[in-house]
Design a protein. Structure first.
Length: 238
């Protein structure tokens, strides 16, 4: 039979469980929205990288993939224009799809490999070895830029008019992207060589793609869209 001490302890336990249930209910009903607001909107040094970095990474993948895709198509157009008419072959829809998925996968693997190398550097706690993944990422970016400039030169070398609207759009995009990025890359190389404002130049080169590619796509579409012109209709009154 329970004594008074055991009875009081059981009553305190039941009361404590009641407080816990009330707290959980209150949290679920009133505090959960507030917690979500804190999670998504407060400028926390921990939460901002977790929320922003995935968006920045995916945006970088898409912009880099688009530049490489139109670069490969531009080089193919120059090679195709040098052939005789009976040997010319246009890229099919499936070939463009395979090219898109392949380049996007390579871009993603490049960044994942860079992240793996950085993680390995921090794991062994040898910060002087950070130059290895940095050099790897720099070399891949240089190859990317060189391919864009080659594609721009190929489009300028093609003397034939574009056979479709898609070819015309691709030619316009790669010309504008290459023409804008070429002087920026030259300034970046000079800043590295002269050791002047290296961080600013690096940030400019890395961040320019986030705004340049969408802006050029939007501006060229607006420029090439047909204006809404109302043609006058002559009405003859008998």
């Amino acid at each position: 039979m329970l004594n008074e001490t055991d009875t009081s302890e059981m009553e305190e336990l039941v009361e404590l469980n009641g407080y816990v249930m009330i707290f959980l209910f209150s949290y679920g009903r009133f505090l959960s929205p507030l917690a979500l607001c804190f999670l998504f909107y407060l400028p926390s040094f921990i939460l901002i990288p977790l929320l922003v970095c995935p968006f920045v990474i995916f945006l970088n993948w898409f912009t880099a993939s688009y530049q490489l895709i139109i670069s490969v198509i531009s080089i193919h157009r120059l090679i195709n224009s040098r052939r005789s008419s009976q040997f010319r072959k246009q890229l099919s829809h499936r070939q463009v799809q395979i090219l898109t998925y392949g380049i996007f996968g390579l871009i993603a693997l490049k960044d994942l490999e860079t992240g793996r190398r950085l993680a390995a550097v921090y794991t062994v706690e040898k910060l002087f070895a950070i130059e290895t993944p940095g050099m790897y990422y720099t070399i891949t970016c240089i190859v990317h830029q060189v391919l864009v400039f080659i594609a721009m030169a190929c489009q300028f070398c093609v003397k034939e008019p574009a056979s479709s609207h898609a070819e015309n759009v691709i030619a316009t995009h790669i010309k504008y992207i290459g023409a804008i990025k070429l002087p920026l890359d030259i300034l970046y190389a000079l800043s590295i060589f002269m050791e002047y404002m290296e961080f600013t130049a690096t940030a400019l080169i890395i961040g320019i793609d986030f705004f340049l590619v969408p802006l050029i796509i939007q501006m060229t579409e607006i420029k090439k869209s047909a204006p809404n012109v109302i043609s006058p209709v002559t009405i003859s009154i008998p």
